[in-house]
Ligand binder design. Sequence first.
Ligand SMILES: [Zn+2]
Length: 85
Amino acid sequence: MTGNICAPAPVEIKTTLIDCPTCEKKTEFLCEYYEWYGGEITCLNCGDSWNEEGRAPRPFERGWREKSISRAKATLEREAQNEKR
Ligand SMILES: [Zn+2]
């Protein structure tokens, strides 16, 4: 599956506590489930993410952890807003 510009919207978003291999402790994760290709989880502490195939590649970019964490938190906030409606 390559060249997919439009990412499908997650069908389910939630948080859960998982032992993060990077943080080496239990941390809060954002879990996003997609209809076609399973789920992706993102550690809200270090920003690493994992999918069915293992750890997602880390972007070769300064500050990607902060970006990843703020993206995950923004997703959660959006979801919380949706639930209020
Ligand atoms: Zn972590």
